[in-house]
Design a protein around this ligand. Structure first.
Ligand SMILES: [Fe+2]
Length: 401
C-alpha cells in the first residue's frame, strides 16, 4: 500500500511536470516514394556526411535504395549494417565510434525498433561521450540535443520513429532497459510504404500487435494522457483493427501498408506522451532473457494482462470496443471482454501463439524483479503490480502456451 501510494504520488507529480515540457512530434514525410525526399531533408539540416544505421538484412535489401538516393544527391555517408535484434551496449558504442571517426553530422536509422534504438542511443553518446549508455537509462538523462536524426521505419510497429525511448540490452547481464528523453525524438519520420512491402507476414503481424499494445497501454493509463494522445491512440487502435490483417494477408496492399505506418506513428506518439505499462515491462524481460521478438512478446502478453486488470479497464476498453465496432450493446464488462476476445482472435488468425512454454522456472524471480523495476514508479499503469501478482501473470503466460 505504501509503495503504491508512492508510485501514484510520483506519477501525479510527473504528470504536472510533463505538461510543462515541449512534446515535439517528428515531422512526418509519408507516401509511396517518400525516401526520395531524404536528401533535401539532409540539406535543410546542413548535413554533409550522414551515418546510416541498420541491420544486416535491411542493409542488403532496403538500405541500398536510400544509399542510391544519397549517391545521386552527392551526399557522403557511412554505413553501419550490423545492428542485431535487441541491440547491445557494445553495438551502440561501435556506432558512436564510427560516427566520430568519420566526422558524421547526422543519422539516418533504417529498420524496425532495433536499428532506431541503437542509433538513438549512439546519438546520445555522441553528445555525451563521457557518459556510458547504462548511466543514461531512465528518464531525462540525456538532456542534450542530438544531431539531426531521420527515422525510416521498415516495420509498422515499434513507433520508435516518434518516441523518446531507446531500448538497449546490457551485453554482460542481458538486462534490457530504456533511455527515455525528449531529445531522442527523431527530427523526421519518413513513412514510405514501399519500405514495408516485402515484410514477411509473421513480422507484419507481430510488429503490428506491438503498435496495438502501444496504443492500448497509453489509452488505459490512469494519468499522463492528453486530448491529443487519447485521440491518436483511439485512431491507431481503429486503424490497426481495420488494416493489420489486410497487410498480413497481402503484403502488396499498399493502402493497408500506408495506414499501418501511420497507425504505428500515432501509437508511438500516444505512448511517448502517456507511457506504456505492465505488458511492455514483462515483454522486455523476455527479450533480454530469451531474445523473444518484442512484438511477439507483446502480442501474447497483451490479452493476458488486460484480462488480469479486470474492472479497472472495463470502461476504457468498452469504449474501444464501440469505436472498433466489436460490440455496441451490453455492459462495459461485456464490451471490454468482447474487445479482449477480438485481440485473441486476431492473434489466432495471424498464427500468434497464446503463451510461451520456454520461460524457465528459475528465471521467474528475475523477470518479476526487472518487470516491477521497469514499470514502477514511472509507468502510469491502471493496476500497480506487486511481486505476487506479476508472478501470477508470468505463470499464466506459461500455462496458456
Ligand atoms: Fe513496444
Amino acid at each position: 500500500m505504501v509503495k503504491k501510494a508512492y508510485y501514484r504520488s510520483f506519477q501525479a507529480v510527473f504528470n504536472v511536470g510533463a505538461r510543462c515540457l515541449y512534446w515535439r512530434r517528428p515531422v512526418p514525410v509519408s507516401g509511396i516514394g517518400s525516401i526520395q525526399k531524404i536528401p533535401s531533408l539532409l540539406r535543410k539540416e546542413k548535413v554533409r556526411k550522414v551515418m546510416v544505421v541498420t541491420g544486416p538484412t535491411i542493409g542488403k535489401k532496403l538500405a541500398p535504395k536510400i544509399l542510391s538516393e544519397l549517391d545521386a544527391a552527392g551526399i557522403s555517408y557511412v554505413l553501419f549494417a550490423e545492428v542485431e535484434s535487441n541491440p547491445s551496449v557494445n553495438t551502440v558504442n561501435r556506432i558512436q565510434k564510427l560516427y566520430l571517426d568519420n566526422a558524421c553530422e547526422g543519422f539516418i536509422a533504417v529498420g524496425g525498433g532495433s536499428p532506431m534504438d541503437a542509433a538513438k542511443a549512439a546519438a546520445a553518446r555522441v553528445v555525451r561521450p563521457k557518459t556510458e549508455v547504462g548511466r543514461m537509462a531512465g528518464l531525462l538523462k540525456v538532456m542534450k540535443k542530438i544531431p539531426p536524426f531521420i527515422a525510416v521505419p521498415t516495420t509498422a510497429g515499434t513507433g520508435s520513429e516518434t518516441t523518446i525511448a531507446a531500448v538497449i540490452t546490457d551485453s554482460d547481464t542481458h538486462h534490457k532497459y530504456a533511455l527515455m528523453d525528449l531529445h531522442l525524438i527523431p527530427k523526421y519520420a519518413v513513412l514510405d510504404p514501399e519500405m514495408t512491402r516485402e515484410l514477411p507476414p509473421k513480422i507484419t503481424s507481430t510488429t503490428g500487435m506491438d503498435a496495438l499494445t502501444h496504443a492500448i497501454e497509453a489509452y488505459i493509463c490512469w494519468t499522463y494522457n492528453t486530448g491529443e494522445s487519447i485521440r491518436l491512440a483511439e485512431e491507431a487502435v481503429c486503424e490497426i483493427f481495420r488494416y493489420l490483417e489486410r497487410a498480413y494477408r497481402d503484403g502488396n496492399d499498399m493502402e493497408a501498408r500506408t495506414q499501418m505506418l501511420i497507425a504505428a506513428y500515432k501509437a508511438g506518439f500516444a505512448f511517448t506522451r502517456a507511457g506504456v505499462g505492465n505488458v511492455h515491462a514483462i515483454a522486455h524481460t523476455l527479450g533480454g532473457l530469451y531474445n523473444t521478438p518484442h512484438g511477439l512478446a507483446n502480442a501474447v502478453i497483451l490479452p493476458i494482462v488486460l484480462e488480469d486488470y479486470g474492472e479497472a479497464v472495463y470502461e476504457k476498453l468498452a469504449h474501444l470496443a464501440e469505436l472498433t465496432g466489436v460490440k455496441f450493446d451490453g455492459s462495459d464488462e461485456e464490451k471490454a471482454k468482447a474487445f479482449i476476445a477480438e485481440i485473441r482472435a486476431m492473434n489466432r488468425r495471424m498464427e500468434i501463439p497464446t503463451g510461451f512454454d520456454f520461460i524457465k522456472e528459475e528465471d521467474i524471480p528475475q523477470m518479476v524483479r526487472w518487470a516491477l523495476a521497469e514499470a514502477n514508479p514511472v509507468y502510469p499503469v491502471p493496476v500497480v503490480y506487486n511481486k505476487k501478482r506479476c508472478e501470477k501473470v508470468i505463470r499464466r503466460i506459461i500455462r496458456e502456451a
